[in-house]
Design a protein around this ligand. Sequence first.
Ligand SMILES: Cc1ncc(COP(=O)(O)O)c(C=O)c1O
Length: 403
Amino acid sequence: MVAAKVVAAVPRPDLLDRLAVQTAERAQAQLQRHLRTITHVEGPWLDSNGRRLLAFCSNDYLGLAQHPQLIDALKQAADAEGVGSGSAHLICGHRREHAALEEALAEWTGRERALLFSTGYMANLGVMQALLQRGELCVQDKLNHACLLDGAQLAGATLKRYPHADVEAATRQLRSNAEGSALLATDGVFSMDGDIAPLRELAELCANESATFMVDDAHGLGVLGHEGAGSIAEAGLSERDVPILMATLGKAVGCSGAFVAGSAALIDGLTQFARTYIYTTAMPPALAAAARRAVAIAREESWRREKLDGLIQRFRRGAMELGLPLMPSRTAIQPLLLGDSQSALDASRTLEAQGLLAIAIRPPTVPQGQARLRITLSAMHEEAHVDRLLQALSSLQLTKASV
Ligand SMILES: Cc1ncc(COP(=O)(O)O)c(C=O)c1O
């Protein structure tokens, strides 16, 4: 036997070294993200670094995350069922709490059926991967949430992104490939901008172009429409107009998780083919019990939406009087567009020094030159809180000219 000649291998570039370089570059560009540990939460108040801060950055828009009835539902179900579900839905993890929540969500959103996912990120990946085949057209708003964009890429679809809310551009993109199947997906309420997609126009476009329409209503469910049924309901659209609805349970519903709602055929298909549904542990049944309680409260207690609306209007009126760089939003997401990352960071730090927490959102989460303070309001806030925020903002001298 002749011994194989050992040739010294050229060292490969080290992946961890490269990651460290990228992290250092991000820090140098003032774009590094920092983790903040919250030690206690009480309504809109957070404790962090030994200080109590009035927060304007949570997505708990209806103030349900600490509702005693949700906590009670969670505890009771945990007492009865334990903590973990023990397995994936299709093995033995699908408990009656999951089934009951799916029914409640389908009824709330006016859909035939609903299917739970562990997170919104996974729901969007699962839908795209189950529906789209390699090379098929997926048309999306440029400002869609990252997981819709990632989902199209994971599916190997041909992703075309139209300028924000530009229905004509979406039309051109759909017509550029008129042959095969196509999916058009949009956020209902845009997560970093707070504005609402032109849902009626997009639904009509999809009907005319025989494209399938999907709406991610993570920030609309609970907040918009009759009984909080979301942006699609508010636009007067049905399951026929929007056959695929995705929404999350971690925002206005105050819990965690997500669901897709639509026809029985859609849900049956996702159950068979959505890998992020099949190959993962089902959410804890106690969480499903808490979410079902939250759905009932969100539907019944319209005062939460009315209070939130009042606060939104108060904030916008005050911000307009101060000449703050408001964006065109009528939802709970009320960003102030500041332009460069440093301005956004400075504004956030100055607010924090005054006991207020509003987070600076910088590229790549938002486009270059469009860094902002993402201010969110909640039914937990009081008018005095909004006034305090406005007063602090007025001392920052933020004007449209600084954009
Ligand atoms: C529009 C939108 N879709 C999906 C998600 C992801 O949902 P989840 O946090 O449940 O993964 C988010 C934010 O988290 C979002 O803002």
